[in-house]
Ligand binder design. Structure first.
Ligand SMILES: *[C@@H]1O[C@H](CO)[C@@H](O)[C@H](O)[C@H]1NC(C)=O
Ligand SMILES: *[C@@H]1O[C@H](CO)[C@@H](O)[C@H](O)[C@H]1NC(C)=O
Ligand SMILES: *[C@@H]1O[C@H](CO)[C@@H](O)[C@H](O)[C@H]1NC(C)=O
Ligand SMILES: *[C@@H]1O[C@H](CO)[C@@H](O)[C@H](O)[C@H]1NC(C)=O
Ligand SMILES: *[C@@H]1O[C@H](CO)[C@@H](O)[C@H](O)[C@H]1NC(C)=O
Ligand SMILES: *[C@@H]1O[C@H](CO)[C@@H](O)[C@H](O)[C@H]1NC(C)=O
Length: 297
């Protein structure tokens, strides 16, 4: 297959844009992250998801969904997902009591039911990675059980949207991909336009954008990062529980042959965490079909 065809197959290659909101606190030491922080981090993401679904369902009727080529059952299921996200918000709010962060304002770049469904696939995948990555900081066993119950529901959403609705991979690996708090925050922040100034700070920072131009599996790809010299650093590709480090040479890296990965720029070739990441996250998702072959259907 020619390289040029891959770019049209790469249905979802999102690059996070750099974004700064006031309520962040750069935590270089993970020991300062407590359960209240993790629950507020989760609540921040749940507000975003809840707002995302409520807004789209408010904008698009059943006819809009069908006229845009989506199945007749899609909108009803999205309503159920919207109700789930709202329930997650309520539960986390109750658990946090007076410590609960408040909803922000958001701007999502979808323009149609199908582009909403494409973005839903990304957000649900990031939601799964967020809970998987944050689990290590939860000390209260009841909170951990609750987080597991939310995580598995988000994973069902992710699989349903990706598979039956978008006709892509319902999963990519035997393991989902945990993401660091700041990596997830960087992805979420591009949709957040403002937050109440009274919100508690989160132990996160937003990284500059990482761009992998026309990325395709097994192909050399141009790498650039906002205000960061990528040359000689490493692109860490997270896929499942594995990380592949590829040195940026002459402005390029060869993208690993994975159907799905998250990429960050790291100063280290053995570690990619909030202390070594200099740009990212870029999301790479390629349509490998049920035979494990890259294809457009
Ligand atoms: C608020 O957070 C602090 C610090 O984590 C904790 O000690 C306190 O119990 C929390 N209050 C509520 C109502 O959950
Ligand atoms: C959805 O509707 C809101 C008003 O309810 C509007 O501000 C927003 O631009 C709409 N978004 C899309 C993608 O149509
Ligand atoms: C990528 O992996 C798929 C499935 O294992 C295989 O069919 C394909 O040939 C591989 N492509 C490259 C460029 O290695
Ligand atoms: C990579 O960058 C080079 C030099 O700027 C450019 O000629 C080439 O078209 C780019 N390749 C892709 C795949 O974007
Ligand atoms: C990793 O980086 C070190 C320098 O920090 C270098 O000596 C080593 O060769 C690198 N290993 C790989 C596999 O790139
Ligand atoms: C998978 O392979 C089988 C057997 O070769 C073929 O009949 C089928 O069409 C393929 N499926 C896709 C989605 O390409």
């Amino acid at each position: 297959m020619k390289t040029t065809t891959f770019s049209t197959l790469a249905a979802l290659v999102y690059a996070a844009t750099a974004f700064v909101t006031p309520q962040v606190r750069d935590s270089s030491s993970s020991s300062s992250i407590d359960d209240t922080d993790v629950l507020n981090y989760a609540l921040t993401l749940e507000y975003l998801e809840s707002n995302f679904y409520a807004g789209a369902l408010n904008n698009f009727t059943q006819d809009d969904f069908i006229n845009d080529g989506l199945p007749v059952w899609a909108r009803g299921r999205f309503e159920q997902i919207a109700a789930h996200e709202k329930a997650h918000v309520v539960l986390l709010n109750n658990a946090l009591g007076s410590n609960a962060t408040q909803a922000c304002t958001y701007d999502f770049p979808y323009t149609s039911p199908s582009s909403f469904a494409a973005l839903s696939q990304v957000l649900e995948g990031v939601g799964v990675s967020a809970y998987a990555g944050a689990a290590q900081y939860i000390t209260n066993s009841q909170y951990l059980t609750t987080a597991a119950a939310i995580l598995s529901t988000e994973a069902r959403h992710a699989a349903w949207v990706a598979g039956p609705v978008n006709k892509e991979n319902p999963w990519a690996n035997p393991f989902d991909t945990p993401l660091s708090l700041s990596s997830v925050y960087t992805l979420a922040a591009q949709f957040i336009t403002g937050c109440p100034s009274t919100n508690p700070s989160l132990p996160v920072k937003a990284f500059p954008a990482l761009i992998l131009d026309n990325a395709a599996p097994g192909q050399a790809t141009n790498v650039s990062a906002d205000g960061v010299n990528a040359e000689g650093q490493y692109v860490a590709f997270f896929s499942g529980l594995s990380t592949t480090f590829v040195e940026v040479q002459n402005g390029q890296v060869v993208v690993p042959n994975n159907s799905m990965s998250y990429a960050v720029l790291s100063s280290s070739n053995t570690t990619a965490d909030d202390s070594t990441i200099s740009a990212g996250v870029a999301i790479l998702s390629f349509p490998f079909n049920s035979n494990g072959t890259l294809s457009s259907s």
